[in-house]
Design a protein around this ligand. Structure first.
Ligand code: DG2
Length: 249
């Protein structure tokens, strides 16, 4: 039995994805390719008759704009919207604004992959005065200091994302709504890790492609009826996930 349908959508390619820069909480926009990916994501929703009743996004422009472009393409631009910092990308600490290839060359593959994909090793924290710090950003002004990250590992993202999952997204699912979550590579990896109960080691190998909707039907225990869900364009998803895995190389 299915109690709810969840659709995960990583934003389309951003200006910094294209430049191969660590982005994290830096609020960069989509580029033209990313806008087209977002529209295509919406067309896929429409073609599959997978029409969201509500959308949850991060508070970052690339996820917000992706949701708007996709929902417009699916003729669902009018549905209810909720946003939370808890769906933000992983805070990439002092790596924010740094080039991935240069970082790999400077620190070596082991350290690079530890920062990028290990479950519990965060990059060094960002300084408040850093050009790419969010310390003065008004959208986080009311966050208690202990919740405001200066860096995060995936484990930290799971911990700050789960309260939003249970408090905001699960009630929508249990009310029978089809729920779209438009977010980021690592905040979606955190959610998929939880849903599919992926081990701390195995999650390192999971990469989420930009702009391709991933459908999960959830049973009464809020676990997927099919492990891993189903991408609406599985071939494109496979290719694009491999490209994410190879970033920096
Ligand atoms: C990317 C993910 O986040 O990078 O912060 O650089 O999904 O918001 O573009 P997104 C970033 P990787 O962890 O895949 O290097």
């Amino acid at each position: 039995m299915t109690v709810g349908t969840l659709v995960l959508l990583r934003h389309g390619e951003s200006e910094w994805n294209a430049k191969n820069l660590f982005t994290g909480w830096v609020d960069v926009d989509l580029n033209a390719k990313g806008e087209a990916e977002a529209r295509r994501g919406g067309e896929l929703l429409k073609e599959h008759g997978l029409l969201p009743d509500v959308v949850h996004t991060s508070v970052l422009r690339r996820a917000i704009r992706t949701s708007e472009l996709a929902l417009h393409a699916a003729d669902r631009h009018w549905i209810a919207v909720r946003r939370s910092w808890r769906l933000n990308e992983r805070h990439y600490g002092a790596l924010q604004g740094k080039n991935k290839k240069e970082t790999l060359d400077a620190y070596g593959e082991e350290q690079f992959m530890l920062w990028r994909r290990s479950y519990d090793t965060p990059p060094p924290p960002i300084e408040d005065g850093d050009e790419w710090s969010q310390s003065g950003d008004p959208r986080y002004a009311t966050l208690p200091p202990e919740l405001k990250p200066r860096t995060e590992c995936l484990k930290d993202v799971v911990a700050r994302m789960l309260p939003y999952w249970y408090d905001a997204i699960v009630p929508d699912l249990l009310a029978g709504r089809t729920v779209l979550v438009a977010a980021h590579g690592n905040s979606l990896r955190a959610l998929v890790k939880h849903l599919d109960q992926i081990s701390d080691e195995a999650i390192a190998k999971l990469n989420i492609p930009t702009g391709i909707p991933l459908r999960y039907d959830l049973g009464p225990d809020l676990r997927p009826t099919v492990a891993g869900g189903a991408y609406l364009d599985p071939e494109a998803a496979k290719e694009a996930a491999a490209a994410v895995a190879n970033q920096g190389k």
